[in-house]
Design a protein around this ligand. Sequence first.
Ligand SMILES: Nc1nc2c(ncn2[C@@H]2O[C@H](COP(=O)(O)OP(=O)(O)OP(=O)(O)O)[C@@H](O)[C@H]2O)c(=O)[nH]1
Ligand SMILES: [Mg+2]
Length: 171
Amino acid sequence: MSGERLALQPGKARTEPVAAPDGSIAPRDFIVVGAVGAGKSALFNALLGQSGAVLKTACLEYHDACTVDTPGEYFDNPRYYTALIATMSTIRTALYVHPANCFDLKLPPGLFRIYPMQVVGVISKIDLADADEARVRALLGELGITGEVFSTSIDRPDTIARLRQFLVGAR
Ligand SMILES: Nc1nc2c(ncn2[C@@H]2O[C@H](COP(=O)(O)OP(=O)(O)OP(=O)(O)O)[C@@H](O)[C@H]2O)c(=O)[nH]1
Ligand SMILES: [Mg+2]
């Protein structure tokens, strides 16, 4: 199967593998959410093996029907919650991305409890000098993100690979 990109088929999309640019199986069926500038798109691109400059995300960006990057505004502004929740409802795993140097957490009320989806915490930018992974990990726990939590840096491929492997396995 590797090296072959399969066409999307409604209703079957979640179970069919999609090849990454390097020929390996790419993770899919995940949505990336979090505040503006949290590092969602940089992570999204890294997970999918996509290179190039990371631009500000202005709208929902579908890699395919069940692999989606979101603008931070959808998370930060209650006006967009309905759209965010509707999009999340079709996807099995949410990656909540939170920078390792940010200690202010505002989670949209009930966002991750509305659907029985898997919520994975991602502590991003762990390479920053003022990063405090342990503190952010504790904050995530307080917010009810008690499942898997990964620490990542786009400058450290090993951290991306670990999350990528987890997502492929969770397919
Ligand atoms: N040091 C460091 N910077 C990062 C990392 N990930 C992302 N950034 C930087 O953080 C900034 C924001 O990254 P984005 O991926 O665009 O953030 P976003 O969450 O997609 O932002 P919106 O699209 O506005 O919601 C950019 O300047 C990135 O280069 C990281 O792991 N380490
Ligand atoms: Mg973005």
